[in-house]
Ligand binder design. Structure first.
Ligand SMILES: CC(C)(COP(=O)(O)OP(=O)(O)OC[C@H]1O[C@@H](n2cnc3c(N)ncnc32)[C@H](O)[C@@H]1O)[C@@H](O)C(=O)NCCC(=O)NCCS
Ligand SMILES: Nc1ncnc2c1ncn2[C@@H]1O[C@H](COP(=O)(O)OP(=O)(O)OP(=O)(O)O)[C@@H](O)[C@H]1O
Length: 207
């Protein structure tokens, strides 16, 4: 019998610090399955999702190298909910399958499954044993994303409007990481959770 890996879902709004937290969990020894990364691979030059995306949205969303034209698709997806739903209908089943495959293949003591839309897309909740939410005030999210990506405040808030509210995420959380402070404060919290998850994974697997 193969043991199912112990999977912890990691979510948070845009710019909350999911990637920063996931990097720390990785440093401590967890396996990371990152659905943002999978989405980028599916839409890389000639990625597996590109034929369906081009058929649905036309050549205007395809860059010269065959990758997704991300600024063009972003403008469509976050100004038009119907376009976003059509994009998600193409990508989400592929992301789900690939993330499931990676979770099963992981050999670390436990897996961190990082999913920006974990609360929003129902099926992930039942795949994770525990739900960890990275949280910070919305103004901090906006400031961090603006300085990371060059998006303006309107663009960042349009993306946030397509996501669950902060209150909904906190209500669904088993564990909350407060990332309003420094990266060192984040590291201390992740270290504590890592010890908890190791113990829970060992218990779940009867070790
Ligand atoms: C619209 C796209 C092309 C914009 O690309 P861009 O390079 O600007 O953003 P990137 O993919 O790096 O995502 C950055 C963040 O935006 C947020 N975000 C992305 N997609 C969505 C969505 N469908 N709904 C709400 N928020 C989203 C997440 O917080 C994510 O971490 C891209 O986000 C995309 O393909 N989205 C659909 C796939 C998806 O739902 N991905 C989320 C991971 S499951
Ligand atoms: N505690 C912190 N202090 C200062 N900067 C931070 C902190 N946490 C994260 N950042 C920075 O804020 C930005 C957003 O963080 P990160 O990319 O980890 O968020 P995310 O939740 O993964 O975002 P996205 O939803 O866009 O993928 C990054 O530039 C990151 O380096």
């Amino acid at each position: 019998m193969t043991l199912r890996p112990f999977v912890v879902g990691l979510t948070g709004g845009i710019g909350s610090g999911k990637s920063a937290a996931a990097d720390l969990f990785r440093d401590f020894g967890a396996a990371i399955v990152d659905t943002d990364l999978i989405a980028h691979q599916l839409t890389a030059p000639h990625g597996a999702a590109m034929p369906a995306i081009e058929a649905a949205f036309g050549a205007g969303v395809v860059a010269d190298n065959g990758a997704l034209n991300r600024p063009a698709m972003r403008a469509l997806a976050f100004e038009d909910p119907d376009a976003r739903k059509r994009l998600e209908a193409i990508l989400h089943p592929m992301i789900r399958d690939e993330s499931e495959r990676q979770c099963r293949a992981a050999t670390a003591p436990y897996v961190i499954l990082a999913v920006p839309l974990l609360i929003e897309s129902g099926t992930y909740r039942e795949r994770v044993a525990r739900l960890c939410v990275v949280d910070c005030p919305e103004d901090v999210q906006v400031a961090r994303v603006m300085s990371r990506s060059g998006l303006d405040e309107h663009q960042v808030r349009a993306i946030m409007a397509a996501q669950a509210t902060r209150a909904a995420r906190l209500a669904a959380a088993d564990d909350v990481v407060d990332n309003a402070g420094s990266l060192e404060a984040l590291r201390v919290q992740v270290a504590r959770l890592h010890a908890d998850y190791l113990a829970q994974a060992a218990r779940a697997q009867g070790l």
